[in-house]
Write a protein that binds this ligand. Structure first.
Ligand SMILES: Nc1ncnc2c1ncn2[C@@H]1O[C@H](COP(=O)(O)OP(=O)(O)OP(=O)(O)O)[C@@H](O)[C@H]1O
Ligand SMILES: [Mg+2]
Length: 503
């Protein structure tokens, strides 16, 4: 470990065209502590950490390590100095093994070839010491997202980082994996590592950190020991006013079934059965939650309904018409809306502008286009409405999507899908990666759509969200719906038991 006993960022300023991303930010990072960074989407958290990791250069300010002012021009330089970072989007080479990925970029100890067996035994050591379960000989493409994250952590530890930055590590993890990650983080702290932890989930931050720094519009609005923090106070710091995070669904009249699945089966990516005879109906004005441990068929379920995956048996009908064999476009026209879990991959084009992404599916409809001619005024108006409603942080609607912060890209796609009033909506992990204000807004929008008679299938790993919004909850286990409970009968304990195959 390259001992960093004290690390300080002082007066950091970073400007992008039209945005002051960091405004005279001070941050201290200490060994043996988890320093959390909180703030709304676009507050400047990732930018600050990219500066520390040498991916971006500040316009002003300085970084001090052990009292000495340093320049960090590149990630290689950051690693050299003992700073490691795990990004939300991993940077591993899928075709190589874990050990090969860890070894990439290392100088050979005995030229000309690096001894891969040495790498393997060192990985095994780190893995045992910090509870990072991973097989060094496995190919990366075979690994789950959680395993890939562990490889990224091991890679940083292998390079003897003593400061480890984790940018929204839990956004891609299941609740069980979050628990395991936290065990690892606690062990790292006990061994003297310094950690920076970014998350939008207040309970995670309160649970794992020792100190919390809150950013708003690029500025530090508060730093406090976690023992003195509570949810209400943090929300107030983040958004600048008090805000209740609770939503309560109003009673609505439940109508006729709009989305009906009858004994639907489908295969997964590896051509093994992923859905087995799934049957349920979602009625107009109803939210049916699907709860399950990730990997039990939720993704395949959303995809067969959306038309992205063929079914091998059974039928799906939407408002009385059989859509089992309909195309994706046919289903959208028929009144189906889909918020995909992998929004960056399935829902947006990053090189397009904000406005272009807003009209991705509706570019052929009035008023966006008339007789085949795009109406730019209507497009600007449309984009403007969504940007305001969802508080998407962007200089203007001609900005390429890729220069928005991660959460703001998510918000824009959600805004687009939630601004329609479809007959049925599939919402997969709708609040993943977005800040608390946007989460609340999304919850309200889902309830508005429910009140207007949309049949909503809510797939979520967030049990609090599930219990707050759903009228009924279906538990999925190994591709089967094992039970459907009315909300009044669903408790976290009962759901937890059913989700793990108990009865
Ligand atoms: N490469 C870039 N080019 C232009 N603007 C950028 C760039 N990177 C970030 N920004 C802008 O800087 C601001 C801060 O972005 P940053 O990614 O640091 O936010 P964040 O706090 O990490 O948000 P999130 O919670 O959504 O990840 C945003 O307004 C974003 O649009
Ligand atoms: Mg970010």
């Amino acid at each position: 470990m390259k001992a960093i006993t004290h690390l300080e960022m002082r007066g950091i300023v970073k400007r992008f065209p039209g945005v002051l991303a960091n405004d005279r930010v001070d941050l201290e990072i200490r060994p043996g502590e988890v320093q959390a960074l909180l703030g709304e989407n676009g507050a400047g958290k990732s930018t600050l950490m990219k500066i520390l990791y040498g991916m971006q250069q500040p316009d002003a300010g300085e970084i001090r390590i052990n009292g000495e002012t340093v320049r960090i021009d590149s990630p290689a330089e950051a690693i050299q100095r003992g700073i490691g970072m795990v990004h939300q989007h991993f940077m591993l080479v899928p075709s190589l093994t874990v050990a090969e990925n860890v070894a990439i970029g290392l100088k050979a100890s005995r030229p000309p070839i690096l001894n891969l067996n040495q790498v393997i035994s060192r990985i095994e050591e780190l893995s045992a010491r910090f509870g990072l379960k991973v097989d060094p000989r496995a190919a990366v493409w075979q690994l789950s997202v959680g395993e890939q994250q562990r490889v990224e952590i091991i890679k940083a530890l292998y390079r003897e980082a003593s400061v480890l930055i984790l940018d929204e590590p839990t956004a891609v993890l299941t609740p069980q994996e979050v628990e395991e990650l936290f065990k690892t983080l606690r062990r790292l702290c006990a061994s003297g590592y310094a950690l920076v932890f970014i998350s939008h989930k207040l309970n995670e931050v309160l649970n794992i950190s020792q100190r919390i720094t809150v950013l708003r519009d690029g500025r530090v609005v508060g730093t406090l020991p976690t023992t003195e923090a509570n949810r209400e106070g943090l929300v107030k710091l983040m958004v600048g006013r008090e805000m209740s995070l609770k939503v309560t669904p109003e009673p609505v009249t439940i109508g006729a079934p709009r989305l009906i699945l009858k004994e639907v089966s489908a295969l997964g990516d590896r051509k093994l059965p992923a859905l087995r005879e799934v049957s349920f109906e979602v009625r107009a004005g109803e939210i049916l939650g699907v709860a399950g441990v990730s990997g039990n068929g939720q993704r395949e379920l959303a995809e067969v309904i959306a038309g992205m995956r063929p079914l091998t048996a059974g039928t799906i009908s939407l408002d009385g018409s059989d859509i089992s064999r309909a195309s994706i476009a046919g289903r959208i026209e028929g009144g189906l809306s889909y918020i995909p879990e992998e929004r960056m991959r399935d829902g947006a084009i990053k090189s397009f502008t904000v406005a272009e992404n807003v009209i991705l599916q509706t570019h052929a409809e009035a008023p966006i286009s008339k007789r085949g001619v795009l109406n730019f005024r209507a497009i600007h108006e449309r984009a403007g409405e969504l940007i305001r409603a969802f508080k998407v942080k962007t200089p203007h609607d001609g900005t390429p999507l890729r220069s928005l912060s991660g959460g703001n890209i998510q918000k824009l796609i959600l805004a687009r899908e939630l601004s329609r009033t479809p007959k049925a909506l599939i919402a997969a992990q709708p609040t993943r990666g977005v800040d608390i204000g946007a989460t609340l807004y999304i919850h309200h929008r889902l309830l508005d759509q429910r009140a207007m008679g949309t049949a909503i299938l809510l797939i979520s790993e967030d049990l609090d969200e599930m219990l707050a919004l759903s009228d009924r909850i279906a538990v999925i286990y190994e591709g089967r719906i094992v039970r459907i409970l009315p909300r009044a009968e669903a408790t976290p304990e009962k759901l937890g038991l059913l989700m793990t195959g108990g009865s």
